[in-house]
Design a protein around this ligand. Sequence first.
Ligand code: SAH
Length: 479
Amino acid sequence: MNYFPLFADLAGRAVLVVGGGSVATRKVNLLLQANAQVRIVAKKLNAKLTALEAENKILWIAKEFNAEQIRTAFFVIAATNDEALNHRIFHLAESQHKLANVVDDQPYCSFIFPSIIDRSPIQIAISSAGKAPVLARLLREKLEALLPQSLGDMAEISGKWREVVKAKLHSVTERRRFWEKAFNGRFASLVKSQQQEKAEQTLAIQLEQDYQGGFVSLVGAGPGDAGLLTLNGLQEIQQADVVLYDALVSDEILSLIRRDADRIFVGKRAKGDCVPQEETNALLVKLAQQGKRVVRLKGGDPFVFGRGGEELEVLAEHQIPFSVVPGITAGIGATAYAGIPLTHRNYAQSAIFVTGHRKADASDIEWQTLARSHQTLVIYMGTLKAALISNRLQQYGRAADTPIAIISQGTQLTQKTTIGTLANLAELAETAPTPALIVVGEVVKLHEQLVWFGEESEEKRLQKQPHFTLDSLSVEKVA
Ligand code: SAH
């Protein structure tokens, strides 16, 4: 970048112009458009400048230039026909760390004036860094023709409506969509045809249509690896005003939440007890009723041992609109990374997902069904009940040497798979890190052969490109 472009606020600021001829006049007119307080030093003023002085639009402060005049100026323009004087002004300004521009003498400029397309408040400044002024001028002419005069009015009205829109549409994405629709649609046409009142009515109607009020999205975060989050899930969490998450949601996934969204933890507390489900339900309702866009982020899939159904029932009761974004459940994700196919032509024709978080002798557990051969049993929340599970399955006919796997922290960098048999399941479960899944069935035999493609060493995973980073997917802030 040869020059750094910036837009300066000159209103009320003193700018020194040395020179009283036509070159100085051109610059003075420009400065007055920006409401600068123009101070002139010149032996005499031409007719135009004399008129401006008579109207008190500019201040003729002296006939002779001196260094002191620079001290109180914001910047200096030298526009005399005395080259030596111009250069002296430049050097004096430099020594006082003031910006200076000797008109049409680029080496003696610490800033240059761009070509300007003015559709205030929209302004476009073009510069070729003095290398191709004609090209810059042609470009300006092209852009002038391209940009409707109404652009300024459009920006002006948008400025007026900005706060109103912000108060109603809470997320940046919603606001961006709102303005894109307005600038590409009826609003823009009406401003162009100078029907400002109608244009504003159109904005009001569009705002009412776009306003959705509170909304809850139940999002499955998958078992840990952020790459397993769905694109819809990612979109939801990046639009959320507030995210309620539990202990199973990995840090990698949490890092994808917008920085300015609130995060509320609703999982297991440090002392071991859980935030009661009723408390979470009430919070979801409260936040949605405040008009917030809420994401309820759950490990794995929200409908697989996730109590997602119960939360939606409460939302439906309160007539709060919601959506569900499924996630990859641990039983699918962790087994894949561990190289254990759930079904296989030779070993298993079905797979059952079951929770171990029940009393083993509960009458509605069909142990007979669970103990069937040629099927894979995936047990969630089972490690604490591993002894009972192992006994019952054997009692109902599963062989003691049936292969089992305990997959801990599945799909995360720390994933660990422990292989054993139904006979020593309880013993292995005691030391397995949590969260952990138990897989029972012949398919576990394939782990050794297939794990290379799934479960990866930490080193290997770290070498891979990160799946998502906030920066690569960041939501552009518009309103
Ligand atoms: N809704 C979640 C399950 C919640 S129940 C899902 O679909 O995956 C909690 C149990 O899920 C844990 O006790 C554990 O058995 C299992 N689980 C969840 N995440 C896991 C992971 N990353 N690795 C292994 N097991 C996991």
